[in-house]
Design a protein around this ligand. Structure first.
Ligand SMILES: [Zn+2]
Ligand SMILES: [Zn+2]
Length: 259
């Protein structure tokens, strides 16, 4: 099992699947992202298989080490395993610990977090746009509200000396790039290879436009839909690197970034 040292700062992709078909076929895993910040461990968007991905990670990630779980929005590819991860974080509900962060609509309308699971963590905090939150040594801010069928926010946080932004599911809109300026590492959910204006997700060209405007030191593409997988994300990342003169990488399942 992984001994996470206090000084370790890392992000590990437990999945890189985006939207329905890549998820239901598990062409990429959909376990979310594990963030470790100076001994504080947080799991972001535990989609289907998150618990399996934690235990099959090498080295294994122990969910009872989690201090927090963050849900950017209630869609299944982000939220499916949240109840089981709450149980795991609280050691089957026997230890009242950890904070769960989620938008209001994860709790009240057709809730994705079950009533029984809500009593297990120390606290449930409702995520709102442009707000600050903290759990242990990990602080983060939410972006402006994204344009997406469920209430959705992106995140900004610091690991070591790096400013990291995560643009989760959204339609492209004016002002989106402004919400993520001054970023060193930019992680973007890129579902579509070609723009599809009627569906509220980013395409590759729109991700490129965001990178051009935000000017991070490096960008990581993730959350791939079928058309992105067919276009081979690592090749598209290379093309964007040449075009934008910014290092662009395609995330893969198990990819770990140290800070
Ligand atoms: Zn999604
Ligand atoms: Zn979504």
């Amino acid at each position: 099992m992984l001994k996470i040292a206090k000084q370790d700062n890392f992000i590990k992709f437990l999945g890189t699947a985006g939207a329905r078909f890549v998820m239901i076929k598990q062409l990429r895993a959909s376990g979310g992202i594990w963030i470790s910040c100076r001994g504080t461990n947080v799991l972001l968007d535990p989609g289907p298989g998150s618990i399996v991905r934690c235990s099959s990670a090498r080295p294994r990630l122990d969910p009872s080490l989690l201090d927090g779980i963050i849900l950017t929005h209630r869609h299944l590819d982000h939220a499916n395993d949240i109840n089981v991860m709450i149980e795991a974080m609280t050691e089957g509900g026997f230890k009242k610990r950890g904070i769960v962060f989620c938008p209001q609509d994860a709790l009240f309308e057709d809730p994705v977090i079950l009533k029984h699971a809500r009593n297990l963590p120390q606290e449930i905090r409702v995520l709102k746009e442009k707000s600050k939150y903290k759990v242990g040594n990990f602080s983060f801010r939410t972006s402006i509200k994204h344009v997406h069928p469920a209430y959705t926010v992106g995140l900004r946080f610091k690991l070591g000396n790096s400013n990291i932004s995560l643009i989760t599911d959204t339609k492209y809109f004016d002002g989106l790039a402004d919400a993520y300026k001054k970023t060193d590492t930019l992680i973007i959910s890129v579902v579509f290879f070609e723009p599809r204006p009627t569906v509220d997700h980013l395409s590759l060209a729109e991700a490129g436009e965001l990178i051009r405007q935000i000017k991070p030191k490096r960008a990581i593409l993730t959350h791939f839909g079928m058309t992105m997988l067919k276009a081979r994300p690592h090749i598209q990342a290379e093309i964007l690197t040449q075009k934008l003169k910014v290092e662009v990488l395609a995330a893969y399942d198990g990819m770990t970034l140290h800070f």
